[in-house]
Design a protein. Structure first.
Length: 236
């Protein structure tokens, strides 16, 4: 991050400070770090939400709104909400073409400001690796989902198998280097490199979802095993 963390500062406060500093180059860095595949993954996330006609979708940790805006394109007439606890990110989202189709709101993923069973789908990208308690955050999403609704998750995950060593080395070198060259912010992207390699596997995320009461849990790895798309359903 931009400065060493003081002992009294929570992870949430540190992450909030980090993301308030990066919105100007966040999308560009995502394109570079994923060799242009990030947008297609966001389209896949929106598609897997399986939003019914006239339904409602909540995109948590919306960032610059890539998933929320894609959902608005894929589901005309639906109600799309994008929430984040970084005002800097929300400002970037509100400035994008098509932003009027989405309701943008400041919100904490640990305590969503919505009633039970408010949404037909919940999506998020790169949220869970940045929270202190992933199970609590997913339980909150289960609460606001309607029965039969789906949660779809885009996340990083540690590489495995024969590719683990070379991919790990590449991530450790390339992400901080791009952060320095593109964003002049090597420390922030060193943090992102660490969370990419240190987060849970798809099997571990699936285990949390099953334990919370979701069913129909599926996942796919992407990009040499460094990313995953996980989906699950709230039982009817």
């Amino acid at each position: 991050m931009t400065h060493p963390s003081p002992p009294s500062r929570s992870k949430g406060e540190e992450v909030q400070r980090l993301f308030d500093t990066v919105p100007g180059y966040y999308d560009r860095m995502n394109r570079l770090m994923t060799v242009g595949r990030h947008a297609s993954w966001c389209r896949d996330v929106a598609r897997r939400a399986q939003l019914p006609a006239g339904g409602s979708l909540l995109d948590v940790a919306t960032g610059t709104g890539v998933i929320a805006l894609e959902a608005a394109r894929q589901y005309p007439g639906a109600t799309i909400h994008g929430v984040d606890f970084s005002e800097g990110m929300l400002e970037g989202a509100r400035a994008k073409p098509g932003a009027d189709a989405v309701t943008w709101q400041f919100a904490d993923a640990n305590a969503l400001p919505y009633d039970d069973a408010s949404f037909d789908a919940v999506t998020h990208g790169y949220l869970l690796r940045n929270v202190e308690d992933a199970e609590r955050v997913l339980a909150e999403q289960l609460r606001v989902l309607r029965p039969g609704g789906r949660v779809v998750i885009l996340e990083t995950c540690p590489p495995r198998g024969l590719l683990r060593a070379p991919v790990t080395l590449g991530v450790k070198v390339v992400i901080p280097l791009l952060g320095q060259l593109v964003a002049r912010d090597k420390k922030s992207y060193t943090y992102l490199e660490e969370t990419t390699l240190g987060f849970k596997s798809p099997e571990q995320v699936a285990s949390i979802l099953w334990r919370l009461g979701f069913d129909d849990v599926t996942w796919r790895r992407r990009f040499l095993g460094t990313h995953m798309i996980v989906s699950a359903r709230k039982p009817s």
